[in-house]
Design a protein around this ligand. Structure first.
Ligand code: NOJ
Length: 756
């Protein structure tokens, strides 16, 4: 608790319960949020303004914080990531901040009984390719946040998954800017539909965890505009988040949270953003540079080296180093956002959560984002999936924690889901691994499982089957059980955690060996993957089925079982490319990775950890296209229990591209697919320019029309600061993945420019 007295804190905590009064002029809802903020700001003293720009570390995380606080007050304190006191005199509510990438996080200091519904990982939600589901998941988080007394959700992770080994790949929305922008924008919109604020984060280029606090990322400005920055630009336009969180890293040697090019030139001047910029936890390194570059609020000052926006900002204003008018702007942005998003007019009130309603949202999400990657026996024969639920058969469930629950990713986004008990915490990792002659120390982590258990859900759906379970450590026992069974279902995991990247894309431990051994014992082997992102599959040609279930959340086990038995027809598509091997990636080894696999400490020399994206905008499938590499599974890929055709592609080109076509369900069961349109412009690799998920009965045809956002077919001209569309012929591909060519046609587009 640096720079604050408890007297001040207790005064402020009182303010959490204080609501604004209807008679106060700034409570006139007929006025715009900006006018209301102006009126209110003028009532504030400088010290009150300073309170709003200087956040606390979430009180429950603060060592020793609870000691002087009377027992009766403890339950009133938010258990959260961050807290900005309100001002009771003026009825300004406190900002109560919780992480919320995959549900309302309750990781660090769980209160007994404080569970939340765990959504699937954001990557799974993105794999639904359904903006509607992204919105519904967001709205669910927003409802639970209100019920738990939070009014700021630290959500909206939209960093591109350009590094598939990135420890937070599961928290992000894949490798494509358009897909990520649309899906994260919708999720933010959903959260904010509940009258609270959502952030978008981590602005910008914090695409790997290794060295995240010290690395300096270098990328060509124009290429960043066409990739990572574009994802933020689109998410901001679509979701209008109240706040944006600047990231830990440096960009061309300037910390993101004191980077005027990022926080002012691009964010304000080019994009016209009106919300406020808050810092990541520990990402502030200065007072004057940060305040003048565009940081509006220091988060959780207890996690920065010093309290940069407390007394230090007051001193800088008094000394004339930061103009007082800058403080007014910071406060204006915070207040106008609180008005705009509903914090004054619809204060959060604690109450129960709708467990069953919210679980249904999580399960729907999982059912549409789980991806069927393979459904063909090694040797001829018909597809093994879906399994027949009414048959008397022997099913061996093998591996992982299938008898307990499904895996979740770790870090600040951690949710302890509904049904959590101590036995749902399992130890993973540890040990060493030799890669290219170097011995790596693997981090030891405690992973949290979510109820319910796939084993129980499988037994529920197949009452006539004899379903047995063998854990992954016992390969010989698993092989013996597989031999005696009609079908073997192997559950495999890859654990990801904020703060550390995975060393490679291999399934950890003995899992590859286990799968190969089981597949050799029983040709009807199905692998269910619970992974944060892509993994390699050396056993792929020996198994009959592969289902990518990601981290599927509280509804995940039921969703997996329903897909296995055909109650749900899979419709998820990959939002990331699955490489054959790490050698296919732009960075075969993650820049700056240390042999102990741990994050490099903040005190390291910045130049030692330059991360150079020489691949520029060619992240993910664009890289594979550009380098003519064949991946294991391409971006956009995913199978169904039915088949689809894509026909009658008609294109219209002028200033942008309009594509019209028909999608038909040519199989015998109802199903959903995602029609995807890619363009290869005259100057570079392919880009996704539109997608639509369609739900079709057998034999049904749907006509789809898509218009490309002009920026998706343009190049950014950094000198002129505008987008340029080149005159020329553009090759358009329609199909069901980044490499599918169901229909191909060419269209002429006229030269043009677009202002950012
Ligand atoms: C650091 C993480 O990078 C960020 O995503 C999170 O919101 C904060 N910690 C608060 O927990």
């Amino acid at each position: 608790m640096r720079g604050r007295s408890f007297g001040v804190v207790l005064f402020c905590l009182g303010a959490t319960a204080a609501f604004a009064q209807p008679g106060q002029p700034w409570m006139n809802t007929a006025l715009s949020p900006d006018s209301r903020a102006d009126i209110l700001r003028q009532q504030m003293t400088r010290d009150e303004e300073l309170i709003l720009v200087d956040g606390f570390l979430g009180v429950a995380y603060q060592p020793g914080f609870h000691e002087p606080i009377p027992a009766w007050m403890k339950p009133l304190l938010p258990v959260s990531a961050g807290y900005v006191p309100g001002i009771a005199r003026l009825g300004i509510p406190a900002l109560t901040e919780s992480d919320a990438s995959l549900g309302v996080a309750n990781g660090g200091n769980m209160r007994p009984g404080d569970t939340a519904v765990a959504l699937p990982s954001s990557l799974l939600t993105t794999a639904t390719f359904s903006p509607t589901l992204a919105f519904e998941g967001g709205a669910m988080v927003g409802r639970e946040a209100r019920a738990k007394g939070f009014n700021v959700m630290l959500a909206g992770g939209v960093n591109l998954a350009r590094e598939p080994r990135g420890g937070r790949t599961f928290e992000y929305a894949g490798e494509d800017a358009w897909l990520a922008g649309v899906m994260v924008g919708e999720s933010i919109k959903g959260i904010q539909s509940q009258g609270i604020i959502s952030t978008a984060k981590h602005f910008a280029l914090n695409d790997q965890e290794t060295a995240r606090t010290v690395m300096s990322v270098t990328i060509d400005e124009a290429e960043a505009r066409e990739s990572d920055y574009l994802a933020f630009e689109l998410a901001l336009e679509r979701g209008d988040p109240g706040a944006i969180m600047c990231s830990y890293n440096r960009i061309k040697n300037v910390y993101a949270c004191e980077n005027p090019n990022l926080l002012t030139d691009m964010l304000r001047s080019d994009w016209g953003y009106k919300g406020f910029v808050l810092s990541d936890w520990g990402a502030v390194h200065s007072t004057v540079a940060a305040a003048t570059a565009g940081l509006d609020q220091e988060s959780a000052n207890g996690s920065d080296r010093s309290d940069f926006f407390g007394n230090a900002l007051r001193d800088a204003i008094v000394a004339g180093q930061v103009p007082e008018s800058r403080l007014h702007v910071m406060v204006h942005r915070i207040l106008r956002t609180m008005f705009a998003k509903g914090l004054f007019d619809r204060p959060v009130v604690k109450g129960p959560i709708d467990v069953y309603g919210d679980l249904a949202v999580a399960q729907r999400d999982a059912e549409e984002g789980i991806v069927l990657l393979k459904n063909a026996p090694a040797k001829n024969g018909s597809a093994l999936l879906p399994l027949n639920a009414t048959k008397r058969q022997k099913i061996a469930v093998i591996g992982s924690f299938a008898d307990k629950g499904v895996l979740s990713g770790g870090g600040s986004s951690q949710v302890h889901g509904i049904g959590h008990t101590e036995s749902m915490v399992v130890s993973l990792g540890g040990g060493t691994k030799v890669i290219d002659g170097r011995r790596w120390q693997l981090p030891q982590d405690k992973a949290v499982l979510h109820a319910t258990a796939p084993l129980a859900e499988i037994r529920k759906l197949a009452p006539k089957a004899k379903v047995t379970f063998v854990s992954s450590s016992a390969i010989a026992a698993a092989v013996a059980e597989a031999k005696k069974s009609d079908v073997a279902i192997v559950f495999a995991w890859q654990y990801m955690h904020e703060g550390v990247d995975v060393i490679d894309l291999a399934l950890p431990g003995n899992q590859n060996e286990l799968i190969a051994a089981v597949a050799a014992a029983n040709p009807n082997t199905i692998v269910i993957l619970e992974t944060g992102g892509p993994v390699t599959m050396p056993w792929l040609d020996r198994v009959s089925g592969v289902v990518e279930a990601w981290y599927p959340g509280n509804g995940g086990a039921a969703a997996i079982a329903r897909i296995l038995f055909g109650e749900v027809n899979p419709s998820g598509k990959l939002p990331v490319t699955f490489p054959m091997a790490e050698s296919q990636l732009p960075h075969p080894i993650i820049t700056g990775q240390r042999p102990d696999g741990r994050i490099i400490p903040t005190s390291g020399s910045p130049t030692a950890y330059d991360v150079i994206y020489q691949e520029g905008a060619r992240a993910g499938y664009r890289w594979f296209d550009d380098q003519k590499l064949t991946p294991l599974f391409p971006f956009g890929y995913g199978l169904s229990y039915t088949t689809f055709s894509y026909e009658n592609l008609k294109l219209l080109g002028a200033s942008t591209i309009k594509a019209e076509f028909d999608v038909k369900n040519t199989g015998t069961v109802a199903g959903k697919t995602v029609a995807q349109v890619y363009v290869k412009p005259p100057f570079g690799p392919s880009r996704l320019i539109g997608f639509q998920k369609v739900d079709l009965a057998p034999g049904e045809t749907r006509h789809v029309t898509l218009y490309a956002d002009q920026r998706l077919i343009a190049m950014f001209d950094a000198d002129a600061n505008l987008w340029r569309v080149a005159d020329g012929d553009y090759v358009v591909r329609l199909g069901s993945s980044a490499t599918d060519k169901a229909a191909v046609a060419t269209v002429h587009v006229n030269a043009g420019t677009v202002k950012p």
